[in-house]
Unconditional design. Structure first.
Length: 312
């Protein structure tokens, strides 16, 4: 019994959008944990960005290769990037040699300015880079609005390098595949795959503790196809999703692919019955009500999927 209690104490806190900050001594929402040997992740809040979580509501991951560190996600601000760098330095003396942006959203890219100032190259998919170029001013304004002084120092800095389908990286004896498997959550969604360790740093193709947000323009049928034909066949043993704690393929399949399929089935039936947009908001999604951000996203998701499927 004593051993069980000690193990429970050592585990990171469960994801909850009701916990404002798990690491008060840092601007980071949580302290990085070693997920598997050499791969660490600072797990973000599953809530929307707030002053308390400083916009750290996604996962900031780093890989210690033996000949340098690769960071996945720049962070939502200069201060978050700087705080993550301090945590990296506490783990290893190796320099950060590359930052990979998992998509074009502000919480993946607004920290680029800090890393660029350190002389670190920044890699992103070409579509993610284009999305950031278009939306960065609005993202920065939003950051300044909710984060206030925690946004200080943040500047807009684009990636220094882009890729189209994949980029292979060999560093310190570790083979890393930076992939764009296909359409999913947002333009240029990027997955970082380490085959030797069966580790997938999945980005926002995969969710399990919070409800996946579906954006206008997201093709949910394409997301499911990408999942079934490209993502799932890799069969990773370890998955670090874009949001929420590290898990496995079965969990993210249940809460991402299965959620999308369920919502499309419900909306499809609603359309077949002659239902309109107003009614689509009320399709039954209670199966997923345990997920964080359900209240914020469920009806919005239903409306977006109705608009997508109405003329399919």
């Amino acid at each position: 019994m004593r051993r069980l209690i000690l193990c429970l104490i050592a585990l990171p806190a469960l994801a909850s959008e009701d916990i404002p900050d798990q690491y008060p001594q840092s601007v980071l929402y949580s302290k990085p944990v070693e997920v598997i040997p050499h791969v660490f992740s600072a797990i973000g809040a599953t809530a929307p960005p707030t002053y308390d979580n400083a916009g750290h509501n996604n996962n900031l991951t780093f890989i210690v290769t033996g000949d340098g560190v690769i960071v996945v996600n720049a962070g939502a601000s200069w201060q978050l990037a700087e705080a993550l760098h301090a945590e990296i330095r506490a783990v290893t003396d190796q320099p950060v040699k590359l930052v990979i942006n998992e998509n074009g959203q502000g919480h993946a890219m607004l920290g680029n300015g800090y890393w660029a100032a350190q002389g670190v190259p920044i890699l992103a998919h070409e579509e993610a880079a284009a999305e950031f170029a278009d939306g960065a001013p609005q993202d920065l304004a939003s950051l300044r609005n909710y984060a206030r002084e925690r946004a200080e120092g943040t500047v807009i800095a684009p990636p220094t390098e882009t890729f189209t389908d994949r980029k292979d990286i060999a560093m310190g004896g570790v083979a890393i595949e930076v992939l764009h498997l296909g359409p999913a959550h947002s333009p240029g969604d990027t997955q970082v795959w380490i085959p030797e360790w069966s580790m997938m740093i999945a980005g926002d193709i995969a969710f399990h503790e919070r409800m996946p947000p579906i954006f206008e323009g997201t093709c949910t049928s394409c997301w499911i196809q990408t999942w079934e034909t490209k993502f799932a066949p890799l069969a990773p043993a370890h998955v670090i999703p874009g949001h929420g704690h590290p898990t496995n393929l079965a969990q993210v399949t249940r809460h991402t692919r299965d959620y999308l399929a369920d919502l499309r089935e419900k909306i499809g039936a609603h359309i077949e019955e002659g239902g309109d947009l107003a009614g689509a908001y009320y399709v039954d999604q209670s199966r997923w009500s345990h997920l964080d951000t359900f209240e914020e996203l469920a009806t919005k998701n239903a409306g977006v999927v109705f608009a997508e499927m109405e003329f399919e």
